[in-house]
Design a protein around this ligand. Structure first.
Ligand SMILES: [Zn+2]
Length: 96
């Protein structure tokens, strides 16, 4: 088997892998803002979904608890916002 051919097979093997950006619903301005975290899911939802509806707390990707530990800055109001997992959403990334 050539290197890369397994990946190629996966891609064409009927699995639907989708990429998502982790976004948060900003308590300061009420909009969604993207974080730097993107995740790939098998058979993930095709539209925006709450992170907690997709992952059980035990199965959260390790980036997420790290994100919750720090404040982020709202790009609209410039205020710092404290995140909690109820505010986190998965937003599908368009492949095109
Ligand atoms: Zn905001």
């Amino acid at each position: 088997m050539q290197p890369g051919s397994f990946l190629e097979a996966t891609r064409h093997g009927g699995y639907s892998m989708a990429q998502y950006n982790v976004s948060f619903l900003c308590s300061d301005c009420g909009r969604f803002h993207q974080t730097k975290i993107s995740l790939t899911l098998f058979d993930g939802p095709d539209r925006l979904k709450r992170l907690g509806e997709v992952y059980t707390p035990n199965a959260l990707p390790s980036e997420v608890p790290q994100l919750l530990q720090k404040h982020v800055r709202c790009p609209v109001t410039r205020n710092s916002v404290k995140l909690d997992d109820n505010k986190l959403y998965l937003v599908p990334i368009d492949k095109d």
